[in-house]
Design a protein around this ligand. Structure first.
Ligand code: FE2
Ligand code: FE2
Length: 223
C-alpha cells in the first residue's frame, strides 16, 4: 500500500543509496534554501541563494525526467497520468525561472514570480513524496531502488543547471538536447553569467555535452 516517503525510516526506503532517500535529502535541501531566501534582507546574498536553488532544482528535475519517470511509466498502471502532472509542474518551473532570470532583481514582478516558483517547487515535492515515489517503492524492491539511486545520481551530476523551457520533458529528446546544454550551464556557474565564450570553446563544450547526452540516454533506457 503506497504511503508517503516523508515519514518512513531510511531502512524502510531501501537504505542510504536508495533513490527515495536521495530524493528526500535533496527536497529537504531545497526547502531549507527557500526558507533561507525569505529570511535574508541583503540583495546580493538573496541572489546567491536563488542561484543555488536554481542549480539544485534543475539538475534534480532533469535526472527525474531522464531516469525515474520512464521507470514509473513502465512499472505502474497510472504512471502515465502521475508523471504527466509533475512534468507539467516542471515545465511551469522552467518557464517562470526563465522569466526570473530575464527580469531585474529590483523589479516587484520578479519577486512575485520567485514566490510562484517556490510554491510550485513545494507542490512538486509533495506530489513526489506523497504519490509518485511511494508508487515506485511499491513497484520495485529495495535492490532496484538502490540501482535507480545510483543511475539517478550519475545523470544528475552531468545535468543542466538552468532552465531550458524549449527542451522536451521526456527521453530521448530531453537527454539529447538538454545534456549538451549542461556543459554551457556549468561553465556559466563557474565563471559567472557576464562572461561570454568564444565560438570554438562553445563548440567544444557542446561536443563534451553531447557525449554526456548519449551516456544519459543509455543509462535511462537500461533501467
Ligand atoms: Fe524530486
Ligand atoms: Fe520534481
Amino acid at each position: 500500500m503506497a504511503r508517503t516517503i516523508k515519514s518512513q525510516t531510511v531502512e524502510q526506503l531501501g537504505g542510504g543509496h536508495s533513490v527515495l532517500v536521495r530524493q528526500r535529502i535533496e527536497h529537504a535541501a531545497m526547502d531549507r534554501l527557500m526558507d533561507q531566501y525569505y529570511a535574508l534582507t541583503d540583495l546580493a546574498e538573496r541572489e546567491r541563494i536563488l542561484r543555488e536553488i536554481i542549480q539544485l532544482v534543475f539538475s534534480h528535475a532533469f535526472a527525474e525526467e531522464t531516469v525515474l519517470w520512464p521507470v514509473l511509466r513502465r512499472n505502474t498502471p497510472d504512471g502515465e497520468r502521475l508523471t504527466a502532472r509533475v512534468e507539467e509542474e516542471h515545465q511551469r518551473i522552467n518557464d517562470l525561472t526563465a522569466d526570473i532570470q530575464r527580469l531585474d532583481p529590483q523589479d516587484p514582478e520578479r519577486e512575485e514570480k520567485v514566490r510562484q516558483v517556490f510554491a510550485l517547487i513545494r507542490q512538486d515535492i509533495r506530489d513526489e513524496e506523497d504519490e509518485l515515489l511511494p508508487r515506485l517503492q511499491d513497484a520495485l524492491g529495495p535492490v532496484r531502488l538502490r540501482r535507480l539511486g545510483v543511475a539517478w545520481r550519475a545523470v544528475r551530476v552531468s545535468a543542466p543547471t538552468h532552465p531550458h523551457p524549449a527542451v522536451p520533458r521526456r527521453p530521448p529528446g530531453n537527454a539529447l538536447l538538454g545534456v549538451p546544454l549542461s556543459a554551457y550551464d556549468r561553465f556559466q556557474d563557474a565563471v559567472g553569467p557576464s562572461v561570454r565564450m568564444a565560438g570554438g570553446k562553445r563548440r567544444l563544450l557542446f561536443l563534451i555535452g553531447l557525449l554526456g547526452a548519449v551516456g544519459a540516454a543509455v543509462v535511462g533506457r537500461r533501467r
